[in-house]
Design a protein around this ligand. Structure first.
Ligand code: SF4
Ligand code: SF4
Length: 442
């Protein structure tokens, strides 16, 4: 069989998943790339058609006709919930990306990033340098100094993303006023589930404060948080980026690590990682580890989801206006819409306003803003405009990629709004309520 045929075969194994598409086009208005480009090939239906052409051997997976449009997909999965036929677009996209990448290597930034994040020392070095650039202010300086055109545009945006991972100190100055006392707190729960936290790669390297806040908030809600040293990468970046082999290798390690910890739940505070881990049985399908992967996948909970299930304790007032934006991998891939709102409801004084197009992708999608500066920039600019229209002080979103994408957009506009994970806001509220042992948790 020819190389084209062999690669097409990899997609053909999923041909039965292409069949349910009845070409109705209901998914078109939900697709951010189709809405902006108006090209059928940049719609979910068009991309499914291209996948079908590869399966039938009519299209070379190395051709631009296939690669460009598959690559241009954000992987936001907004097309899934609106599809009346239940087409599993996300799963098909991952296979299509893998097929395209094996037919012709992806662009250099994507290749480099996947290579770096595939190894523990690579990740540690890359994120260590990133944290250094952020902590010394060099990232912020570079984002301000570089011009926003031509070859500088992607570098400028990347530095702004990095700079945006700094802790936002705005809430520090917002104090409760008279009449906003904390409601009486019932006795803290003592026997909650035993949980382990995925500390992740980007999350551990650049958002360790979110991990720390997550652990504190879970403990304050009665969970027994099991320490899991030596955090790994869940493989989401590789699964979404067209390197299924590395994604599977990383996933197997995480399956073993978390099953050995024997916990009730694996808690994830990055929506993209949670979506991948909940689908580990799909990723490792056909693998001897499949049943273990399924066992682990069933234990995975997004932190908002678990807190909403537990009914979070109410903290002390933090009077502020909070814009909420839904990460695609929380809303469309995991079907979680209300849980972040339930978390923020436990913060008295927080006035929550939903971003007008909260259901639409922010353009983050990994490093989309860097690899597709033009289209990613347009999608990101629309999101920043909607966020600012809420006239809130802070935007809450539960995924590091979205936090960076929106944060970078705000920074490049010189906007004062901050970006936080919903759990960070609850953490501030709990700290003010005196739920923590300050010496230990300070
Ligand atoms: S909504 Fe579903 S069935 Fe209709 S065109 Fe889109 S993917 Fe196909
Ligand atoms: S995943 Fe998002 S960008 Fe890709 S086809 Fe579906 S809606 Fe469009």
């Amino acid at each position: 069989m020819s190389e084209v045929g062999i690669l097409g075969q990899a997609l053909a194994e999923h041909a039965d998943r292409l069949m349910p598409c009845v070409h109705c086009g209901f998914c078109l208005p939900a697709c951010p790339t189709y809405v902006r480009l108006g090209d059928e090939a940049d719609s979910p239906r068009g991309r499914l058609h291209l996948m079908g052409a590869v399966v039938e051997g009519r299209l070379d997976p190395a051709s631009d006709a296939f690669r460009v449009h598959i690559d241009r997909c954000l992987g936001c999965r907004a097309c899934e919930p609106v599809c009346p036929s239940g087409v599993e677009y996300g799963a098909l996209l991952e296979v299509a990306r893998d097929v395209a990448a094996r037919a012709r290597p992806p662009a250099l930034p994507t290749r480099l990033l996947l290579r770096i994040f595939g190894s523990r020392p690579g990740r540690a070095l890359f994120l260590g340098v990133g944290a250094f650039l952020r902590n010394t202010g060099l990232a912020s300086l570079g984002a301000r100094a570089l011009p926003g055109w031509g070859p500088f545009r992607s570098a400028r945006f990347g530095l702004a993303m990095l700079a945006s991972t700094e802790r936002w100190e705005g809430l520090r100055w917002i104090r409760a006023t008279e009449g906003q006392e904390a409601p009486e707190d019932p006795a803290p729960p003592t026997t909650g589930p035993r949980v382990a936290l995925l500390t992740g790669c980007v999350q551990e390297g650049l958002y360790d404060r979110v991990n720390q806040a997550t652990a504190r908030v879970l403990e304050a809600n009665g969970c027994q948080v099991v320490a899991m040293p030596g955090g790994g990468c869940c493989g989401a970046l590789h699964a979404h980026g067209g390197d299924l082999e590395t994604a599977r290798r990383l996933a197997r390690t995480e399956v073993r690590r978390f099953l050995d910890a024997d916990v009730d739940h694996v808690v994830v505070n990055a929506a993209g990682c949670g979506a991948t881990m909940k689908e580990y049985d799909e990723l490792l399908g056909g693998d001897p580890a499949e049943s273990d992967a399924g066992a682990l996948a069933r234990r995975v909970r997004d932190v908002n989801e678990l807190l909403a299930e537990l009914g979070p304790r109410t903290g002390a007032p933090v009077p502020c206006r909070v814009a909420v934006d839904h990460p695609c991998h929380l809303l469309h891939a995991q079907g979680i819409r209300q849980a972040p709102l339930a978390v923020l409801k436990a913060v008295p004084g927080a006035e929550v306003r939903l971003v007008e197009d909260a259901d639409e992708c922010c353009g983050g999608a990994g490093i989309y803003g860097i690899t597709h500066p033009e289209l990613g920039g347009r999608i990101g600019a629309d999101k920043v405009r909607s966020v600012r229209a809420t006239e809130c002080e802070v935007v809450a979103t539960a995924n590091p990629g979205c936090m960076m994408q929106i944060g970078a957009g705000l920074r490049l506009q010189g906007a004062p709004e901050g970006v936080m994970h919903p759990v960070e806001l609850l953490d501030v509220s709990y700290r003010r309520a005196g739920f923590y042992d300050e010496e230990r948790d300070g």
